[in-house]
Design a protein around this ligand. Structure first.
Ligand code: UDP
Length: 332
């Protein structure tokens, strides 16, 4: 199938592009490189540098290639930044996503997999969280993802679009060639590994007074390879499952301190910490129930134990200590 991957130069999008190619699909990546990297795009994908706000660029792409399905990853995805810059998040994650939908309608492309988020659940009342849990985001990022889910519901009914929303919990880990590299880095596992590699002096724990067993936030880490496989399964079965939302998580929660201990064990580095204050917008506990995803899609996460995730991220970090940056170089 000819598949358009928006945001295919970003972390999850680029890994998904890689996995789609291994499944025999032809991949077309559209990315404005505002936070992604050209080097993250697989060599055999066709790359278009462009912005979803650019209607003509989208029209050119759809007119030139027989795109049969879209996987939509392009979005801003930092909770704390969304609290500071909500309008930028609404423009990029909602308004620009509508541009994409409209272009799909103009060019009669009928299949879409949307990258949604656990952030739509807000401060959940239970863990693990099933999909039918109330959606009540507590930050602008979560609001933008929920808003677009609702838009898809309406547009699906109006246009016959087939779609599925995959609500990722904490994407983590790496394949051999692709991993997590944000500038500036704000994510837990990459920061732990930067300390282990001597690129930062210490690891700040963002809040030690949460109502959890060790006072730190609890998250559900899911390997980016397993996330990509969920996309492939959803696309294969889209006709049957259209309109559904699916949690993509491991069914297990780990605290920030547990992630720290795992990183210490995997890297053999003491990783010194400083106890910092809470980060705005962070819920205490986010753990998925992925039972529906396993039952309906037949999804089986293979690499989502915390040890496997950290080991794969560490292998990538050691191979590419500078990630995708200009100074990217493989370690000897
Ligand atoms: N975190 C932390 N120190 C850091 C980076 C992250 O304590 O240097 C915490 C963060 O506050 C949250 C958890 O780790 O509780 C996961 O954060 P991340 O940004 O990786 O993912 P998010 O849950 O925001 O999507």
């Amino acid at each position: 199938m000819n598949i358009l991957v928006t945001g295919g130069a970003g972390y999850v999008g680029s890994v998904c592009a890689e996995i789609l190619i291994t499944h025999g699909h032809a991949v077309f990546v559209f990315d404005n490189l505002s936070v992604g990297y050209r080097r993250a795009v697989p060599q055999s994908a066709v790359f278009f540098e462009g912005d979803l706000a650019d209607r003509q660029a989208l029209d050119r792409l759809f007119a030139a290639h027989q795109i049969e399905a879209v996987m939509h990853f392009a979005a801003f995805a930092l909770v704390e930044e969304s609290v500071r810059k909500p309008s930028a998040y609404y423009v990029n994650n909602v308004a620009n996503s509508i541009q994409l939908l409209d272009a799909m309608v103009r060019h009669r492309v009928k299949k879409l997999i949307f990258s949604s988020s656990a952030a739509i659940y807000g401060e959940p009342k239970i863990a693990p969280i099933p999909e039918e849990h109330q959606a009540a985001p507590i930050n602008p990022y979560g609001h933008t993802k929920l808003t677009f889910e609702r838009i898809l519901e309406d547009c699906g009914a109006a246009t016959g679009l087939q779609y599925a929303c995959l609500r990722y919990f904490n994407a983590a880990g790496a394949t051999r060639e692709r991993g997590e590299d944000h500038r500036p880095e704000t994510h837990l596992i990459p920061i732990l590994l930067q300390v282990a590699l001597g690129q930062r002096p210490n690891f700040p724990i963002n809040g030690t007074d949460y109502p959890t067993h060790d006072g730190t936030c609890i998250r559900d880490f899911v390997h980016v390879f397993d996330i990509a496989e969920a996309h492939v399964l959803a696309l294969d079965q889209l006709e049957r499952i259209s309109g559904h939302v699916f949690n993509i998580g491991s069914n297990r929660g780990h605290s920030v301190r547990e992630a720290l201990e795992t990183a210490r064990r995997v890297t053999g580095h003491p990783i010194p910490v400083v106890e910092a204050s809470r980060r705005p917008g962070d819920p205490a506990i986010l753990v998925a129930s992925s039972q529906k995803t396993e039952r309906v899609l037949g999804w089986r996460p293979q690499f989502s134990s915390l040890s496997t995730i950290v080991e794969s991220a560490w292998a990538w970090k050691q191979k590419f200590p500078f990630g995708y940056g200009e100074d990217r170089q493989a370690a000897p």
